[in-house]
Design a protein around this ligand. Structure first.
Ligand code: ASP
Ligand code: MG
Length: 403
């Protein structure tokens, strides 16, 4: 008998039929004798619908009220899942985040989990009940309902697995696991048996969204090994865990494309101390997340700064830079939205040479121009023309023999 924490995402519990199907899957695990804590998301689309309704009644809804509202999406699913289990003869009980003892800080809409008091859960587990917990929500020290940021049900599951010292944590979703590339774009993409936390995080930041990044960071911090797998079949998924030596044998584990970035070029800036600080302070004050940054060598007293921002923030970026440029007495902003970021990721890069050369050659052979380059210890990213991004992913995937 093991203690298992499972999480079913929005598509897995998307309608009543799917909820009944999840109940049957849970019943089968229960019949194997396992202790089960099951975290569920809101039905797919529900959270977005609630956000739209909030915006329809108020241009700028208060974050406390947003949390009151958004928490109901998950509350519907826990009750329905528990009822579906009762319907197939399984003893089950639903818990909201607060009832499950998930205590957070006071930051509404993106709260951090501080502690979990697992006492009440332990009691029901002992009594042989399956526990269904609402993902994405908690309670703060003032007794207010908080939510954990979009995709936060993953975090609930990982945090519960840590607090309950679960033997296994399984994240059920609508894909079979983590792939070497997006299988819709790269037909030869393969499912990975395992991947390290760091690789998973780099892939997520590079545009391959299987899970909320904060949850993966949390899992890495607390050493929670988890499996990402599908709720629509019984195939094994991808195990996500600490890096082990043999993982370094492969230079590149996966290829990811992010089409939700824009490139901003600020040209003819005065080449003097403090210019970059002022530019990026203005962006930071506007809460814009900057990814790649390149500054060219100054010439004749002026320099250019190029960086990428989320596509949704381009207008905001332009606007926040205007007063800075006015104060600096120079500089022009140009935005290009037709770009994509292609990344190759792998812990093996630390010990393999020639990864950059192989990638650049593959892109050159395909006639794809590289506009920007950035690297980390385990990732190489390039900015390229968005129209060529899918093709570039295929050639990079082939160049590293990932198919
Ligand atoms: N329902 C929340 C969202 O859509 C949390 C989750 O699904 O993980 O972001
Ligand atoms: Mg989700």
């Amino acid at each position: 008998m093991s203690r298992i924490v499972q999480k079913y995402g929005g598509t897995s519990v998307g309608d009543v039929e799917r909820i009944k199907n999840v109940a049957l899957r849970i019943k089968a695990f229960r019949e194997e004798g396992h202790e089960l804590v099951v975290v569920v998301s809101a039905r797919s689309g529900v959270t977005n619908e609630l956000i739209a309704r909030a915006q329809a009644v108020c241009a700028n809804p208060s974050e406390r009220e947003m949390d009151q509202l958004l928490a109901i999406g998950e509350q519907e699913t826990i009750a329905l899942t528990a009822m579906a289990l009762h319907g197939v003869g399984v003893d089950a009980v639903s818990y909201t985040g607060a009832q499950a003892g998930i205590f957070t800080d006071t930051v509404h809409t993106k709260a951090k989990i501080k502690t979990i008091n697992a006492q009440p859960l332990e009691k029901d587990l002992k009594a042989g009940r399956v526990i269904i917990v609402a993902g994405f929500q908690g309670i703060n020290e003032d007794g207010q309902i908080t939510t954990l940021g979009r995709g936060g049900s993953d975090l609930t599951a990982i945090a519960l697995a840590a607090a309950l010292k679960a033997d296994k944590c399984e994240i059920y979703t609508d894909v079979d696991g983590v792939y070497t590339a997006d299988p819709r774009v790269v037909k030869t993409a393969r499912k990975l048996d395992e991947i390290s936390y760091d690789e998973m995080l780099e892939l997520a930041s590079s545009g391959s969204k299987v899970m909320q990044s904060r949850s993966v960071e949390f899992a890495a911090k607390y050493g929670v090994v988890f499996e990402v797998r599908s709720s629509f079949n019984h195939n094994p998924g991808t195990i996500v865990k600490q890096e082990v030596a043999y993982m370094e044998k492969v230079a590149v584990r996966g290829v990811a494309v992010d089409k939700d970035q824009a490139k901003v070029v600020v040209s003819n800036l005065p080449d003097q101390p403090g210019t970059a600080a002022k530019v990026f302070r203005a962006l930071a004050d506007a809460s814009i997340i900057v990814d790649m940054i390149v500054q060219n060598v100054g010439h004749a007293g002026v320099a250019n700064l190029t960086f990428t921002v989320p596509l949704t923030d381009t207008a905001k970026a332009k606007k926040s830079l205007e007063p800075v440029l006015a104060k600096l007495g120079g500089g022009q902003v140009a935005v290009s939205e037709g770009i994509a970021k292609l990344s190759v990721v792998g812990v093996g890069m630390k010990t393999h040479s020639g990864v950059a050369a192989t990638l650049f050659q593959a892109l050159a052979d395909a006639g794809v121009n590289i506009e920007m380059i950035s690297t980390s210890e385990i990732k190489i990213s390039v900015i390229i023309d968005k129209a060529r991004a899918d093709e570039a992913a295929r050639v990079a995937h082939a160049a590293f023999g990932l198919g």
